[in-house]
Design a protein around this ligand. Structure first.
Ligand SMILES: Nc1ncnc2c1ncn2[C@@H]1O[C@H](COP(=O)(O)OP(=O)(O)O)[C@@H](O)[C@H]1O
Ligand SMILES: [Mg+2]
Length: 319
């Protein structure tokens, strides 16, 4: 199970460093303005619920998800099941936030609890229970292990995360956990939503913000998982780091005196004198080479991030 090619590390180290710097910045700024924080957390919870459910086929929009959660509205034409999926995810999130503290150690019983929330009133027979038979993942390049092996594999994975024998940083650890978990596919249903909760518990407990896999990145996400099935973690790590960077930027942007100046790349090249054009900067953003994040279809970055990249490139040339 532990086929992990670590060569991706070199390419992603600058991104990891930047994320840890942002975490330190947030930490130093604590206590953060409470009202601002609560607003961000509420908005991100809706996003998290919407995106995670949407990846798994739920057809409610972000706005409809918000209405169901905050206004208690029922959306015409949408099934009871879809409504339950939204409310269940919110309950799971609330539970997750009560677990996330520095001393938290992941364990099977909490994972089953989160899964129970996810499938509550939907698949009562399977909620909070490991699978007892075979499963297939459509479009996947492998078949998940035999159900008899699931309990031991899950324990092994939890031990791996607790002991961290490869000395992975928290972002890598969350990524490897995410992949190995869906590779084991411990449940008949609800694996995706559950893993995106538990992975974020691992990030939150060390002071990061949640990494929200966007529904618009679904195809990329599956491609990255297929690469990870072969031991190659570059794409999945990049996707997770970028998802994390988006929410880290939202939080750091809320700090007093910290506009950070993130702008859509098209506007940035119009307003600032930059040595590169929009296409090249977009490419650097997608590849994770500059501090950037995606909002909807657009990539945002800062003038400082572009100049930081130029500076580092020059330094490399000199060496
Ligand atoms: N090619 C793949 N390799 C490994 N895991 C995959 C692959 N494709 C999808 N998955 C994982 O399986 C999840 C879907 O499993 P499922 O039990 O249906 O979750 P849910 O019920 O939450 O819909 C996806 O969200 C993804 O994490
Ligand atoms: Mg499913």
């Amino acid at each position: 199970m532990w086929n992990i090619d670590l060569t991706y590390r070199e390419k992603l180290q600058p991104t990891f460093d930047r994320l840890y710097e942002k975490k330190a910045l947030l930490h130093e700024a604590r206590p953060l303005p409470q009202i601002a924080l609560q607003k961000i957390q509420d908005a991100l919870s809706v996003e998290w619920t919407y995106n995670s459910n949407s990846i798994e086929g739920n057809t409610l929009t972000l706005q409809e998800t918000q209405l169901v959660l905050h206004e208690g509205i029922t959306i015409k034409g949408k099934s009871l099941r879809e409504h339950f999926e939204v409310k269940n995810h919110e309950l799971a999130l609330n539970h997750l936030y009560t677990l996330s503290n520095q001393n938290y150690q992941p364990n099977a019983s909490d994972i089953l609890d989160l899964h129970r929330y996810v499938l509550r009133s939907i698949e009562e027979d399977y909620a909070g229970r490991l699978r007892t038979g075979g499963v297939r993942i459509s479009g996947a390049n492998f078949i998940p292990p035999n159900a008899r092996k699931v309990p031991d594999l899950l324990d092994e994975l939890i031990e791996f995360v607790v002991e961290n024998p490869l000395q992975l940083n928290a972002i890598e650890l969350a990524t490897v956990f995410h992949h190995k978990f869906v590779w084991i596919h411990p449940f008949f249903e609800g694996n995706g939503r559950t893993v995106r909760l538990v992975m974020n518990l691992l990030l939150l407990k060390v002071g990061f913000t949640p990494a929200i896999v966007l529904s618009t990145d679904r195809q990329k996400y599956y491609t990255a998982l297929n690469a990870a099935n072969k031991g190659n973690y570059f794409k999945l790590s990049l996707l997770m780091a970028q998802a994390l960077e988006r929410t880290m930027n939202i939080y750091t942007g809320s700090l007093p005196d910290n506009g950070m100046g993130f702008m859509e790349i098209s506007s940035l090249v119009e307003e600032e004198k930059l040595p590169y054009g929009q296409e090249y900067i977009s490419l650097l953003a997608r590849q994770g080479k500059i501090d950037a994040y995606k909002e909807g279809r657009n990539w945002l970055t800062t003038k400082a991030a572009v100049f930081e990249y130029i500076k580092n490139r020059e330094r490399k040339r000199v060496l």
